[in-house]
Design a binder for this molecule. Structure first.
Ligand code: ADP
Ligand code: MG
Length: 556
């Protein structure tokens, strides 16, 4: 059976399949495109439209269209309401994935095992929510992989005739709504006599508010300005229809200017036809500041500890917005000594995900280490069963990734105030570095329970202000820390340990599946009955989501 990779994008999604040593994109035949706009239109109580048609409906029935739902997934956003029903970002993402599955199956593909991509900056809630969307759509989600890592895997598979390059690459990914950069070292390892590629993430950064939409906004303003100049109007003269007419020209004009120097504009404004030409030069002049923002970000990453002083062998440009000639031009001008390669900007992420799905199912990996992801009943997958699943929750044999967040536990200071003690920090390499053992002491005499909140944040300080106290009551944390409580463990304390100062050993591990915590009696080494904290997508109900999805037919 073939394996597949899905780039579930903010604006466009793409499916690729790995077969006979190469990853190829499965066409969205109905739209004659290699991708699917990530848009859902609620047409009636029982039917939805997904893709290009849904995106177009924004112009006539915007209230019933959902776009950019990836920005909401796994985050505390209110649900979307249509026809009296509430839909979560997970539901909507699952609808997009279902559509992809449907168009592939129409072409005879049989899809079960998939790898889905996500931004490097996604925390575990967002990752877990993405995985749930995949499962709701009927996939067996082998793993999630970071988009820039996927792009570099695709590059490694495509370059060098079966040999993987030994290179440090810089992935520049400018999409529709986000800008992501990652530096990776690609190498080859021998595992059981096989040469397998290895991807070590050295640094990652980005701006999750910068993307093609910002170029659209600037172009929209430029078009409005030109319309007004041409028609002798002021901006206030333009009505809703005029603005809608201009808006509908924005993205097509932008794309046209990627292949030609000038593009005609023609639209009915205030009852008469307005015509003029927009040039690439004008567009580039108006968006130069945006391009510079991306270059500044690249420079910032190049200064990072793990990267500074390292030779970058290649800059790979991916993401749909890298198709604009101003992007390769600016990057080449800023880094004249480094080869810059436009790496299949619209396809590389999906293709890399398909390559990764292949690696995971190839049996080429070397370890059964790591903690398998619990299955839906919360049981650990047993090892060595016949349909042996790849080690999806544990450490990857192929990718060394960086921890997307800091993780800490709640404790009390001597003065009685609550604090989050960061045990694992953002940007540490997931693996040995994110497996911490530390001794803590019981806080008060007579405590029957050990009640430990586990926090996620982006502070790199050893201690910071938590968002809840030990009883779960909200506290004021620093907004810059993006502090949230992931969950908490409650462990009954056996009799002999209910004294203030009694030492307990905490084993705290962050891997690609989540956070795992175990507590041991320091005196005997015996484990206290405890629980894994993974994440708390607490309001997700799989059955209800399934029912909501089944109530809708995806119409062509
Ligand atoms: P995402 O990962 O955010 O879904 P993509 O990587 O698919 O996004 O990029 C989508 C963005 O790329 C959109 O803003 C789209 O307008 C832009 N884009 C796609 N193709 C072109 C092109 N040929 N010229 C200019 N912009 C493009
Ligand atoms: Mg993308």
């Amino acid at each position: 059976m073939s394996v597949y990779g899905i780039d579930l994008g903010t604006t466009y999604s793409c499916l690729a399949k790995f077969e006979d040593g190469v990853a190829t994109v499965i066409q969205n035949a109905a739209e004659q495109s290699s991708s699917l706009p990530s848009a859902v239109y609620f047409e009636s109580e029982s039917s939805i439209v997904v893709g290009g048609e849904a995106k177009n409906m924004v112009q006539t029935d915007a209230a019933n269209v959902v776009q950019f739902v990836k920005r909401e997934i796994g985050k505390p956003f209110p649900p979307h309401e249509f026809f009296g029903q509430a839909f979560s970002a997970i539901d909507i993402s699952a609808m997009i994935l279902k559509k992809i599955k449907a168009y592939a199956e129409d072409q005879g593909e049989v899809i079960k095992d998939v790898v889905i991509t996500c931004p490097a900056y996604f925390g575990f809630e967002e990752r877990n929510a993405t995985k749930k969307a995949g499962e709701l759509a009927g996939f067996n989600v082998l793993a999630l992989i970071n988009e820039p890592t996927a792009a570099s895997i695709s590059y490694a598979f495509r370059s060098g005739n079966g040999q993987f390059p030994e290179e440090t690459v810089f992935v520049y990914d400018l999409g529709g709504g986000t800008f992501d950069v990652t530096v990776l070292h690609i190498s080859t390892r021998e595992v059981n006599g096989n040469q397998v590629p290895h991807f070590e993430v050295l640094a990652t950064d980005g701006d999750d508010t910068l993307g093609g939409k910002d170029w659209d906004k600037v172009l929209e303003n430029l078009l409005i300005e030109k319309v007004c100049a041409e028609a002798g109007l002021s901006e206030d003269d333009l009505d809703e229809d005029d603005r809608a007419a201009i808006l509908s020209k924005v993205e097509p004009t932008k794309k046209a200017l990627s292949v030609k120097e000038a593009h005609p504009f023609r639209a009915p404004i205030q009852g008469s036809t307005v015509k003029f030409e927009v040039t690439r030069e004008e567009f580039e002049a108006a968006t130069a500041g945006l391009v510079q923002q991306t270059i500044d970000c690249v420079n910032r990453v190049l200064q990072k500890e793990n990267v500074a002083g390292k030779k970058i062998d290649k800059i790979l440009l991916v993401g749909g917005s890298s198709n604009m000639p101003m992007i390769p031009n600016a990057v080449k001008a800023a880094f004249p000594d480094t080869p810059v390669q436009l790496e299949q900007p619209d396809l590389a992420v999906a293709q890399g995900a398909a390559c990764y799905a292949y690696l995971l199912t190839s049996g080429l990996g070397d370890s059964d280490e790591g903690i398998p992801l619990p299955n839906q009943d919360g049981e650990q997958q047993s090892e060595g069963d016949e349909n042996k699943q790849p080690n999806i929750g544990g450490l990857s044999d192929f990718v060394d990734d960086l921890c997307p967040r800091s993780f800490g536990i709640g404790g009390q200071r001597k003065d009685g105030s609550w604090v989050c003690i960061n045990l694992v920090k953002k940007d540490w390499v997931i693996g040995e570095q994110t497996h911490i053992k530390k001794t803590f002491r019981v806080g008060k005499d007579g405590a029957e329970f050990l009640n430990v909140p586990v926090y996620q944040n982006i502070s790199v300080e050893d201690m910071c202000q938590p968002s809840t106290d030990i009883y779960g009551e909200p506290l004021e944390s620093n907004p810059a820390d993006q502090m949230s409580e992931l969950g908490r463990i409650q462990i009954p304390l056996p009799d002999g340990m209910r004294t203030r100062g009694y030492p307990l050993d905490v084993d705290f591990q962050v891997d690609t599946a989540g956070v795992h915590m175990h507590v041991y009696d320091n005196a005997t080494g015996q484990e206290l009955q405890g629980a894994d904290i993974v994440y708390n997508n607490s309001d997700f109900n799989e059955e209800e989501s399934k029912q909501r999805l089944e109530a809708f037919e995806i119409v062509e």
